[in-house]
Design a protein around this ligand. Structure first.
Ligand SMILES: [Zn+2]
Length: 448
């Protein structure tokens, strides 16, 4: 579903996972504690965040916050520090810098007090809504990790632009919202006013959903703002997709995803994933094309969370791989839906991107990320087989944090997993260096 929104997505940085190897160890992860006070009707959020377990050799502490959030005070071990705003391009956020007297150690506590006035949009008003906005639509306040509603630490040097940087935290947040029906933060079940949201597993994805909505527990997922009939359709679909992905990738899927319907007035926006929360932003609840939509979003657990994208081919590794898995699922379970995906490849306006010539992230266009790239991967699988393709995934992703040349890493990995040079040459000649619609035709009705 969200392929058709790619033009919109090109313009806007979507939220992307980022971590350094040290942060992947939960015991060593930075901890985010604090209290978040939401006055829903008055449309304000006052927060006190506490950051501990953070080490850096730099004497400059840098973090990002959403541009509408104001910083009241920054303290380190209860001593107030001056801060400055940096002009570096940050998307919808503001970069803050604090000059330290000495480098930070894990026992230091950084306290950041903030306040925010958010907006309750009237129906049909918030047409330019997207994942980077803190928005209250139709009685529900939504803040994804991309909005930076909590401080996001910037650690340098970094091989991605800061707009794509996220920081991993374990967290313990108390959220008060006396005039909310339910509040949800990060994962698990929504809670009432005064709920505490705790994660001992580090995550870069901390999503906030507060307001007037109901929720229910399904067999395969937790549903927020979803009616019973829709849940009956979604629950088996979740199970089917997760089962297929587990069997194919050999990676255990999370016990429970959270599926939220948070209607938005941006008609070109289908939804997004802030792991493990899958959000459907379509007003009608996206009753059509659920298979394509859901299988893409669920695949982002694999490509985004388990396998992290970096390098010049960042978007291929994030979006095309997720879409490739979605296609595999559709071919096996919903071949008619896959046929529609193939029709997108026939778009006469398609401008082919030479992956072997890409230098900058943005050169991989939306069309290529969501359609052509996924078909290229499917075509490569047809040539080398599924088992080798899974081996390729396991081989190439660990290389990506250490290189900017995502294409070289790809070819190097094909060699490493034992693909013969003449086959690699064929892949490059037929699918990378040129685009021939006919060459993809045999992927239809692919027997499995
Ligand atoms: Zn995606």
């Amino acid at each position: 579903m969200h392929h058709i929104f790619f033009i919109f997505l090109i313009l806007l940085a979507t939220a992307l996972p980022y971590s350094t190897s040290a942060q992947e160890n939960d015991n060593m992860a930075t901890h985010l504690g604090g209290k978040v006070d939401i006055a829903f009707k008055a449309a304000t959020i006052n927060s006190s965040f506490f950051i501990t377990q953070y080490t850096d050799t730099a004497q400059l502490f840098e973090f990002m916050l959403h541009e509408d959030i104001k910083v009241d005070q920054i303290q380190i071990n209860q001593e107030t520090y001056k801060f400055q705003k940096n002009k570096e391009e940050c998307g919808d956020c503001q970069l803050y810098q604090v000059v330290l007297k000495k480098a930070l150690s894990p026992s230091d506590t950084i306290s950041i007090q903030t306040n925010l006035r958010f907006k309750h949009y009237a129906p049909r008003e918030n047409r330019r809504d997207y994942k980077g906005k803190i928005a209250s639509n139709y009685g529900i306040l939504r803040a994804s990790e991309q909005t930076k509603w909590f401080p996001t630490i910037v650690r340098r040097p970094n091989n991605l632009p800061i707009t794509l940087v996220e920081h991993w935290y374990t967290y313990d947040l108390e959220v008060n919202c006396p005039d909310c029906r339910n509040v949800y933060v990060g994962k698990g079940e929504p809670q009432k006013n005064g709920g505490r949201f705790v994660s001992k597993t580090a995550s870069q994805d901390i999503m906030l959903i507060a307001g007037a909505y109901n929720w229910s527990m399904g067999a395969s997922a937790i549903y927020l703002n979803i009616d019973e009939d829709q849940q009956k359709i979604l629950d088996p679909l979740f199970a089917e997709i997760c089962q297929y992905y587990e069997a194919t990738s050999g990676i255990k899927m999370p016990t429970k995803f959270i599926f939220a319907h948070l209607p938005s007035d941006n008609k070109r926006w289908g939804g997004f994933m802030t792991y493990p929360t899958i959000v459907n932003t379509q007003k009608d609840g996206n009753k059509k094309n659920l298979e394509a939509y859901l299988s893409h979003e669920i695949a982002h657990y694999l490509f985004g969370d388990v396998y992290k994208p970096y390098s010049s081919l960042f978007w291929l590794y994030l979006e095309s791989f997720a879409e490739y898995f979605s296609y595999k699922y559709l071919i096996n379970y919903h071949p008619k839906v896959f046929q529609k995906e193939y029709e997108k490849l026939q778009n006469p306006k398609l401008r082919f991107v030479r992956l072997d010539e890409v230098k900058e992230l943005h050169e991989v266009t939306g069309q290529h990320r969501y359609v052509t790239g996924a078909f290229q991967l499917l075509a490569i699988e047809k040539l080398i087989g599924e088992a080798k393709m899974m081996e390729l995934i396991q081989t190439v992703f660990p290389k990506l944090p250490h290189t900017s040349d995502g294409y070289a890493a790809f070819i190097e990995s094909l060699t490493e997993i034992g693909i013969k040079q003449d086959l690699i040459d064929q892949i490059e000649a037929d699918f990378i260096k040129k685009f021939d619609l006919e060459a993809y035709k045999k992927l239809l009705n692919q027997p499995k």
